[in-house]
Design a protein around this ligand. Structure first.
Ligand code: ACO
Length: 468
């Protein structure tokens, strides 16, 4: 086997629920001051699921759509790995459920299972896939990486930072978007900032402020380690000027704005006498722990990065503002937003990527866009799909989350939500039997894509059913 070159993203797609709640409506409903969620958190809308969708159906949709849109031959896949923290079974992996999509092809030789650590599982799965292709175990086939979650919080300040969505990526050699090989700044430690010890609840325990300081500390460490590797590899100094675009894990947009400023702060600490940092001089001697919530420093950094944020970061923020936090999918929804926004302007450009999962695990790494990505942008069709969603009231949103609370861990039930709240052709949860086994069906497919989708439907043995 010849050594694979230019390993990276061959194809990518995202699945998100059809229903969303507007953050401006939520502000009124929650009785908080106008602008708290839309300006204070920087969010626009939040996607959510009722009881017809679970993490299995979301992943089935994401992988199925990827395979249909890009006409992926089921035999060409040798690895499939899922990164998520939405766990509904303590033993059976989501990956095994996704094997239904390959059943009729007879391809059962697909390595990989699920990877779990808060919002970082998708990144770990992606790194695994790349390393598999680089290894002696690689057999010439491509890998699929699935990254995403249903992010829900109990009533309170964290609730507007929920979201839902799953990204699926086809990884292989000779890709248009390639990894900067050998460049990965990693930071991991043991901390209880966000965790899910309660199996009887879908909601996490979260210490919001602690999670923010952990996130920023992880940026400091990952960024400086990435910088050292970059300087070693390319033999030239690294700072933000070497980055054409930056993509961040996005719990909410305001934190992304602050995070980009944080990277500039790291540049300043490395080169404190540089004239362009003169407004930061008074923050030079601060201990790191005195900087995470220092609002004067934040303002100074936001002001210094205003223009570069607009050029280098804002183009990757559309999906995260529209869907909310998709946890494991968040970083890759950022990448997809960037592709959709900048299209072939990205050719020849470097994208620095920061992925964070509470608990905590984080890394900074980078991609280069080597070839045209127009085909990806056309196939994903992000703008039209986002526009075809359905806005519901905060009352309905709250009722759906209450319904999910009742359904959590329940057995022997048929979901009650109307399937007309799902996109045409979507997998949905049909039933959970008395020992917890789940069955799925699909909504009726009305578009012309129904013909090309037939192959995969046949693979799953599922039929289309008319909208209920
Ligand atoms: N207009 C404009 N801005 C406003 C308004 C208003 N009317 N009201 C408040 N704000 C601003 C605040 O000043 C604050 O800004 P700042 O961050 O620049 O200081 C911001 O809105 C948030 O308001 P707070 O009162 O500080 O925070 P709150 O108590 O509402 O909680 C938090 C926010 C901690 C992010 C909460 O939503 C949470 O716990 N989320 C889940 C945890 C999380 O996402 N952590 C991030 C990394 S880990 C992960 O990915 C899960």
């Amino acid at each position: 086997m010849t050594k694979p070159n230019n390993i990276g993203i061959l194809a990518i797609d995202v699945y998100f629920p059809k229903t969303y709640v507007a953050q401006e409506d939520l502000e009124k409903f929650d009785g908080v001051s106008a602008g708290k969620y839309t300006v204070g958190l920087g969010q626009t809308n939040m996607a959510f699921c009722g009881d017809r969708e679970d993490i299995y159906s979301l992943c089935l949709n994401a992988v199925n759509n990827l395979m249909v849109k890009y006409d992926v031959d089921p035999h060409s896949v040798g690895r499939l790995e899922v990164g998520t923290e939405t766990v509904i079974d303590k033993a059976k992996s989501i990956k095994t459920v996704l094997m239904d999509l390959f059943a009729s092809s007879g391809n059962t030789s697909i390595d990989g299972i699920d990877t779990i650590n808060a919002c970082y599982g998708g990144t770990s799965a992606l790194h695994n896939a790349v390393q598999w292709i680089e290894s002696t175990y690689w057999d010439g086939r491509n890998a699929i990486v699935v990254a995403g979650d249903i992010a829900v919080y109990e009533k309170g300040p964290a609730r507007p930072t929920g979201g839902a969505g799953v990204v699926a990526m086809l990884i292989g050699p000779n890709a248009p978007i390639t990894f900067d090989s050998g460049l990965r700044g990693v930071h991991m430690e043991n901390v209880y900032d966000f965790y899910k010890p309660d199996m009887e609840s879908e909601y996490p325990r979260v210490d919001g402020k602690l999670s923010i300081s952990c996130y920023l500390r992880a940026i400091d460490n990952c960024y400086s380690r990435y910088r050292s590797q970059f300087e070693k590899k390319f033999g030239q100094p690294f700072d933000l000027s070497k980055v054409d675009y930056a993509v961040f894990h996005s719990p909410y947009n305001k934190l992304v704005q602050k995070s980009f400023g944080r990277m500039l702060y790291n540049d300043f600490l490395k080169n404190p006498t540089d004239e362009k940092f003169k407004t930061l001089e008074s923050y030079r001697q601060l201990k790191p722990e005195d900087t995470y919530f220092n609002s004067d420093l934040e303002k100074a950094l936001l002001s210094l990065t205003k223009e570069t944020y607009a050029n280098k970061v804002a183009p990757s923020t559309a999906l995260a503002k529209q869907l909310g936090n998709t946890y494991c999918g968040s970083t890759y929804s950022g990448l997809l937003s960037l592709f959709s926004e900048k299209r072939d302007e990205l050719v020849g450009k470097r994208v620095l990527t920061f992925s964070y999962g509470s608990g905590l695990s984080a890394s900074a790494f980078s991609f280069k866009v080597d070839k045209s990505i127009e085909e990806i942008v056309e196939k994903v069709d992000l703008k039209n799909r986002l526009e075809s969603r359905q806005r519901v009231t905060p009352e309905e949103f709250t009722a759906k989350l209450s319904l999910r609370e009742q359904r959590h861990n329940l057995k022997n039930y048929t979901p009650s939500d109307c399937t007309s709240t799902l996109f045409p052709g979507s997998f949905f949860l049909k039933q959970v039997d008395n020992v917890g086994r789940r069955q799925y069906d699909r909504t009726y497919m009305t578009s012309s894509r129904s013909i090309s989708i037939t192959r995969v439907v046949a693979a799953t043995g599922l039929r289309y059913v008319k909208l209920l």
